[in-house]
Design a protein around this ligand. Structure first.
Ligand SMILES: Cc1cc2nc3c(=O)[nH]c(=O)nc-3n(C[C@H](O)[C@H](O)[C@H](O)COP(=O)(O)OP(=O)(O)OC[C@H]3O[C@@H](n4cnc5c(N)ncnc54)[C@H](O)[C@@H]3O)c2cc1C
Length: 323
């Protein structure tokens, strides 16, 4: 029977910084914090959002690199810094404030597969770099083409699709704006609203003036083979041939574990942070796609991670920065 006077011992692991999320934002922060002689535990569930794609584009010196290769290279670099430890396939299930006297301000509860995963880590500061989750429109075969010939980020993947007949599929009010952007890369673009009323008649006329077709019919499915999409099949039996395209997912921050901390969120649920990544809770920082909306790109996330690391180091020693 458990002794009622028993008090859970404090977590045995205490560090300067816990980084939650091992994508480019978290990895870049870990590298820079390691170089600043901070003790770091990086906790990563290992489910990168871009795992669906074979090649990542637009990362200086690494244009076209497979996403997992980029992570592998970053992880190899971290191994040079003994105070940076990585907990793989481990999830932070809860993040709690603590008022311990030794400067530890947060406790991160962990759930990992390895026997050596500690139950929790205490930290002076925390960087949240958990990225986003996405929900795609409900089209049966969409996932089979996603990351192969259907993408979500024009800056990342439109170059490879340029001058082809393309689809843009989405159910959100920003669809017309996205269509105008994608039209930079092709003059054969059809926008599919999947039966949802998200493009008004004024927008439709503007798009038509640029040669962009709006198709409001519900979608039955996509056709194609081995990731190569060939057509959008409509519920009324119609069929529009394409050779690639874009989808507008709904994005949700992966932040269930911060409930109860009173962190300020924006209208999309993202963490509100200043440009250096400081959130509304002292000692808690955010970087990458989990922070307020901006370009969702690997190099941007990595840059934000580096910037947060620099500010975090100054804050840890109480030195004001110009950032
Ligand atoms: C299909 C696709 C293709 C893309 N192609 C490109 C491209 O070509 N070029 C480009 O620049 N960008 C591309 N992107 C965008 C890019 O992937 C993101 O902008 C980038 O990965 C964001 O980095 P991040 O570090 O913020 O988050 P992520 O890379 O999403 O990493 C977050 C990490 O946190 C982990 N995590 C989440 N919750 C927890 C938790 N509670 N505990 C522990 N770990 C947790 C996740 O498992 C994940 O490993 C693409 C995105 C998609 C979906």
């Amino acid at each position: 029977m458990t002794d009622p006077a028993y008090i859970e011992p404090p977590p045995s692991v205490e560090v300067d910084v816990v980084i939650i999320g091992g994508g480019p934002a978290g990895l870049s922060a870990a590298l820079n914090l390691g170089r600043a002689r901070a003790s770091v535990v990086l906790v990563d569930a290992g489910r990168p959002r871009n795992a669906a794609t074979l090649r990542s584009h637009g990362f200086l010196t690494r244009d076209g690199i497979p996403p997992l290769e980029l992570r592998k290279l970053a992880r190899a670099e971290l191994s040079a810094y003994p105070d940076v430890n990585v907990l793989d396939r481990t999830v932070v299930t809860a993040l709690m404030p603590t008022d311990s006297t030794n400067g530890m301000r947060f406790i991160a509860a962990l759930q990992g597969r390895g026997e050596r995963t500690p139950p929790a880590v205490a930290a002076r500061s925390v960087l949240i770099a958990t990225g986003l989750r996405e929900t795609l429109p409900s089209i049966p075969s969409l996932r089979a083409f996603y990351g192969m010939t259907i993408f979500s980020c024009a800056a990342c993947d439109a170059w490879e699709l340029q001058d082809r007949p393309l689809a843009l599929i989405g159910e959100t009010p920003d669809l017309a704006a996205r269509a105008r952007l994608i039209a930079r890369w092709t003059d054969r673009l059809t926008v599919f609203t999947n039966g949802v009323d998200v493009i008004d008649t004024v927008e439709e006329a503007e798009l038509a003036a640029s040669g962009i077709v709006v198709d409001r019919r519900p979608i039955d499915d996509l056709e194609g083979d081995r990731g190569a999409v060939t057509a959008v099949r409509l519920a009324d039996g119609g069929r529009v041939e394409i050779e690639g395209g874009f989808v507008r997912p709904q994005w949700h921050p992966a932040l269930d574990f911060v409930n109860g901390l009173g962190l300020e969120r924006d209208e999309f649920g993202n963490l509100v942070a200043d440009r250096s990544g400081r959130t509304s809770v002292p000692g808690l920082y955010a970087a990458g796609d989990a922070a307020s909306p901006g370009p969702q790109q690997l190099i941007v996330a990595a840059g934000q991670g580096a910037r947060s690391a620099a500010v975090l180091v100054h804050d840890l020693v109480g030195v004001r920065t110009a950032h």
